[in-house]
Design a protein around this ligand. Structure first.
Ligand code: SF4
Ligand code: SF4
Length: 139
């Protein structure tokens, strides 16, 4: 029997790869993101991190911590230019990266449908929820 979640995410991936998802869709979805980063921090395939220096009286420690593509500063460049400077672009990237960009780059989606982002998102825009709305709106 076909897996309905797999069918859903495959359809959403096709819509993204065919550029059939309008900006207005991302505007609407992104209004519901409160940038808590729970989706990224619970996802087994999210790997982005930040590097910074902690100062102590006699030393400095370089540390690596999780980062999130849902935060405004995530892609800000040294010049202060931010190619992902809007909520819409960041929300779009979160979904597009796993279902389209990685398909083009690696030949497979990098969402394994574990459901953690849907379980942890306080505003109901985990990846499966977004795909459900996308397929309903854009098919
Ligand atoms: S459902 Fe996909 S995007 Fe969401 S946490 Fe699991 S692997 Fe990550
Ligand atoms: S868990 Fe939901 S509200 Fe929090 S950053 Fe992710 S999409 Fe936004």
């Amino acid at each position: 029997m076909a897996d309905p979640d797999l069918e859903l995410i495959t359809k959403a991936s096709e819509l993204l790869l065919q550029n059939k998802v309008p900006e207005s869709f991302w505007e609407s979805i992104s209004k519901r993101c409160i940038a808590c980063c729970s989706c990224n921090f619970t996802c087994p395939t999210c790997t982005c991190f930040d590097v910074w220096d902690r100062k102590f009286p006699d030393s400095i420690e370089r540390v690596r911590t999780w980062d999130s593509c849902q935060l405004d500063g995530f892609m800000r460049e040294a010049s202060r230019h931010n190619p992902m400077g809007t909520e819409e672009s960041r929300t779009r990237r979160r979904i597009h990266h796993k279902l389209a960009a990685d398909v083009e780059r690696w030949g497979f989606k990098t969402c394994f449908l574990c459901g953690r982002c849907d379980d942890s998102c306080p505003t109901g825009i985990g990846i499966k929820s977004v795909c459900r709305e996308m397929v309903a709106a854009c098919s």
